[in-house]
Each structure stands twice: as C-alpha cells, then as structure tokens.
Design a protein around this ligand. Structure first.
Ligand SMILES: CC(C)(COP(=O)(O)OP(=O)(O)OC[C@H]1O[C@@H](n2cnc3c(N)ncnc32)[C@H](O)[C@@H]1OP(=O)(O)O)[C@@H](O)C(=O)NCCC(=O)NCCS
Length: 158
C-alpha cells in the first residue's frame, strides 16, 4: 500500500536503487541549495564505483522500502557518525528519514553512544534540527573540485 514503508538493512541487490536515490535527491532536492556545478560534482561520487562500494561496505546501512522498492537510506559509521542520508524526491516529507534516523539512534544507544554527529547539507539541516540536533558550526568542505557549505551538528543521546 502506498505510504507504508519498512526499514531494513541493506543487501547487495540494493546498489542500483540507492545510486538512483542518491543522484535524484541531489539533482531534484539539494540542487535548490547548491549551484549546478556543485550538484554535478556531488553526484559524481556515485560514479566512483570503488569509493561508493567502500563507503557502503564500511558503514551500517539501513534502507526504507515501499512496495519492494528502496525509497531512502542512511549510513552509520560506527560508533557515532551519521554518513549518507538520502530520500527519493517522490517520497520526501512522509517521515522516511525520521524512521531511518530512529534505526541509527537505536543502534548508537545500544553501543553506548552519548553524542551522535552528522555533517548536514544546507538542505538537510532543518530535518536534523527538527529531530533534535544542535548546530555546532558551519564548515566548508572541498570535494571533486568544488567547495560545499555544510553544518557540523550533534545530538545528545545520553
Ligand atoms: C533531508 C532529507 C533526507 C529529509 O528526508 P524526509 O524523509 O523528507 O524527512 P522527514 O519526512 O522524516 O522529515 C521530518 C521533519 O523534518 C523537517 N524537514 C524535513 N525536510 C525539510 C525541509 N526541506 N525543510 C524544512 N524542514 C524539513 C520537517 O519538520 C519534517 O516534518 P514535517 O514534514 O511533518 O514538517 C531529504 O530531504 C533529502 O534526501 N534531501 C536531499 C539530500 C540531502 O541533502 N541529504 C543530506 C546529505 S547530508
């Protein structure tokens, strides 16, 4: 049924769908906060197969799935760092990222983590703020020849 999704861990067969979510959420959502050349450089990460696979294989990854199809994903770099967080543009503002974040928080708590950290894009900062994260500082990161503003944020779990 549309609007009903489950959260599960990633499987190998998710790769193409997660790449598609990553590219589309940047091109169609984050692109409102970043210049075209920044968005293009950002999406190129998914073309770097080795880097992408390395990132997927060294993080815990949860996938939101609706009607058998992935619609969002989140990564936790153990023990306390949230990495990639992306929701398909056609499925945003339905609580998908909130449910994914709950899975991360549960794992972090089980591991005794007191402070959860993320570097939030301009686009995702309101989401993380709404979910209890405080902004620590803005920062500029350089990747694939472009500079990106993002925000170091933290949430106290203790
Ligand atoms: C940020 C992102 C992951 C949020 O996913 P989502 O599933 O739409 O988030 P949720 O539905 O769980 O949002 C929960 C709450 O967060 C806040 N929120 C989420 N997106 C927001 C936005 N664009 N502007 C303001 N508040 C927002 C709202 O309070 C929302 O509740 P509401 O819809 O009832 O008002 C998604 O917008 C995305 O993929 N963005 C592009 C990629 C990106 O920048 N990823 C982060 C890289 S660090």
């Amino acid at each position: 049924m549309t609007g009903h999704f489950i959260i599960r861990t990633r499987s190998e067969s998710d790769t193409d769908a997660l790449v598609e979510i990553f590219r589309r959420s940047i091109r169609e959502t984050a692109s409102r906060d970043y210049r075209p050349e920044q968005s293009e450089a950002w999406t190129r990460f998914a073309d770097e197969n080795t880097a992408w696979d390395e990132r997927m294989n060294t993080r815990l990854v949860w996938v939101a799935e609706e009607q058998g199809k992935p619609i969002g994903f989140i990564q936790l770099e153990l023990p306390d760092h949230i990495d990639l967080t992306y929701v398909h543009p056609e499925h945003q503002r339905k609580g998908v990222a909130t449910a994914l974040l709950a899975a991360v928080e549960e794992m972090a708590r089980q591991n005794g983590v007191k402070l959860l950290k993320v570097e939030a894009s301009i686009t995702s900062q309101p989401f993380f703020a709404e979910r209890g994260f405080q902004t620590v500082s803005p920062q500029i990161v350089t990747a694939r020849g472009q500079e990106f503003l993002n925000y170091r944020m933290e949430k106290w779990l203790g």
